[in-house]
Design a protein around this ligand. Structure first.
Ligand code: ATP
Length: 286
């Protein structure tokens, strides 16, 4: 036997351990070689589509969310925003296309892809018969959070919920419920945070504080944020990049501060209204 054959297999480079082209192809498909995934992408969406019978809710969209980036997913009612978020969360199965979270393919490795993902939305309140603390404890146990008691105390303080720790979530005001849902979404320090209209029921002062916290989360941590909102002031304030969705397709994308002027509009709201009323007039111009 020659010396290389006596060498323990793990000391050889991985590619030398592969005996056939087939094995190399299988490895390539697992790690996503040949695809456009970059280490800096927290989320990578490729040609994602969802059909409900004759309705095309999402029509072959591709985009990414980079690390430390807040991306706004905008569009009129029925544009496909929630369907997109639900596919990324794995609760709606795509008709076709790919979703990778930090390079992990959601379809083939769901647990690992969703491990560091979390979500908050006004339409998805926490169980109402549990108190704020009980909810945070139950979700923290599900996520396997280290030093859970300490983490819960931090979040109660951060989201101004300490006074409500023993109050059942079902009797909280809608703004308090939203803050509790955001605290839950931060429990596992998510690398991908999906927020569907997170500030819709908050008063302007609380909404301002919450935006600051989400911005700090994106700036300091290892994660990125996908944010939907109908509040263009908020979007301009918080998002690094926006995607305009209409009839399930991305019509425009860019920096929310410069995009309106690039399309001859005075504000993001004016651009939004133009896109919602006449999507074809601006399609392909971004
Ligand atoms: P909104 O701003 O009103 O929340 P949206 O952009 O989130 O709207 P979606 O909820 O994703 O839009 O809906 C996209 C399209 O898909 C709509 O035409 C909607 O009626 C349709 N749709 C969504 N879910 C289903 C479903 N389960 N069955 C059939 N059609 C659906």
């Amino acid at each position: 036997m020659s010396a290389p054959d006596l060498m323990p297999i793990h000391t050889k480079p991985v590619w030398k351990q592969l005996r056939t082209k087939l094995e190399l192809l299988i490895l390539a498909s697992r790690v996503g070689w040949g695809k456009t995934y970059k280490m800096s992408d927290v989320l990578s969406i490729t040609q994602l589509r969802k059909d409900y019978g004759d309705t095309v809710a999402v029509d072959g969209i591709s985009f990414e969310v980079r690390r430390n980036e807040i991306v706004g997913l905008l569009g009129p009612n029925g544009a496909g925003k929630t369907t997109t978020i639900n596919m990324i969360l794995g609760v709606v199965e795509p008709s076709s296309g790919g979703i990778r979270v930090e390079g992990v393919d959601l379809a083939s490795d769901r647990c690992r892809a969703l491990e560091r993902t979390n979500f908050a939305a006004v339409y998805s309140p926490l169980p109402g018969n549990l108190t704020v603390s009980q909810n945070l404890r139950v979700f923290g146990l599900i996520y396997g959070v280290d030093d859970l008691s300490g983490r819960i105390e931090d979040l109660l303080k951060q989201f101004d919920l300490a006074a409500f720790r023993n109050v059942k979530c079902g009797v909280l005001s809608s703004g308090e419920q939203t803050r509790a849902a955001l605290a839950k979404a931060m429990l596992n320090q998510p690398h991908l945070l999906l927020l569907d209209e997170p500030t819709a029921s908050l008063d302007p002062s609380v909404a301002h504080d919450i935006r600051g916290r989400i911005r700090a989360h994106a700036a300091q941590g290892a994660g990125g944020v996908l944010w939907t909102s109908h509040n263009m002031y908020e979007v301009q304030d918080v998002c690094d990049r926006v995607l305009f969705l209409s009839h399930g397709r991305i019509l425009l994308q860019g920096n929310p501060k410069t995009l309106p002027a690039e399309h001859g509009k005075a504000s993001l709201e004016e651009l939004f209204i133009a896109l919602a009323r006449e999507p074809l007039a601006l399609e392909g111009s971004g």
